[in-house]
Write a protein that binds this ligand. Sequence first.
Ligand SMILES: [Zn+2]
Length: 379
Amino acid sequence: MSNKYGICKNCIMDSSDSSIEFDENGQCIYCNNFYNTILPKWQSNLEDEKGLYKVIDQIKQEGKDKDFDCIIGLSGGLDSSYLTYIAKVKFNLRPLLFHVDAGWNTDKAVGNIEKLVDALGLDFYTEVINWEEMKDLQASFLKAQIPHQDIPQDTAFFSALYKFARKHRIKHVLTGGNYSTECIREPDEWGVCPGIDKTLILDIHSKYGTKPLKTFPIIDVFVSKVYYKYILGMQVFKPLDFIQYIKSDAEGELYKFCGWEKFKHKHHESRFTRFFEDYWLPKKFGFDKRRAHFSSLILTNQMTREDAMKRIEHPELDEHFIEQEFEYISHKLGLTSDELKIIFEGDNKSINDYKNKQFLVNLGSKFMQKFGLEKRLYK
Ligand SMILES: [Zn+2]
């Protein structure tokens, strides 16, 4: 592999992804995967209205004697908000709206949830994660020096929802996952994990944690993918891949419907994620997730490459704001800003410095890709 800088001629993914490859036209593997694998599947989804309504009818049928026919995890961000809106308004489903409060909601996210829930008149449930445990796990992850700083929040969101659905026998989970705004999935080294790796979480917590995790929900990837799916029969459906889902149109529609307010950038519904993705990860590790977010929008014709290049030249958050957030986040996590600064300046590590089962998880992802169950590129 060469150390020379390279950037795709079509999107803005670059060699900050250490295993990126370019073809003879200078187009990257993500673009080729989009045009060759995702786009044909996506187009056939969009043309298959019958197939879509068959799934919707089945969800209604199976839920007809129950209080709810499906569950939606609502964060207040665009994807889950728009999903909630169409589930009720377009498909006439009866979802239970489920929100996990892990302590980092922005005011805008909370406002959006309230507006949407009121306007739709749907049942809404909030699960509050034990803050002392959440804090301890997040501080442990920061001390572990790995790029994957959103594992504690992601684990809480996903696991709490699955546990709740299981307890209340809700079989259908609707998610806002979609090709339109996330057809390029950032590589694992940029701090994402395909599924929840309980081995990794517990190893990091055993090294740096100070309090036992008594109530913190952790459902391991193999439990959700095997036990929940095949034994309990839980089904995950992504309706946004079956309709014309255009980011700016969806924002406008939600605003008109209930005054829902758009965010400056993806994932800004969580104050921690905003800090992590737009400051910690690019500044400490050199990984800018906006490359994947904007490249997805370029591929789906919602942003020009030129605009993306311009926007990525500058950080998303200004210096003064970052200083305030640095202070806020360190105190909330029970650290002084100096302590957080020392962690920030410490040596970076990777998840391979800890026990994990990524080898097995990756094997699972490769299997899913081989059999066409996952179209996005996992690497
Ligand atoms: Zn590309």
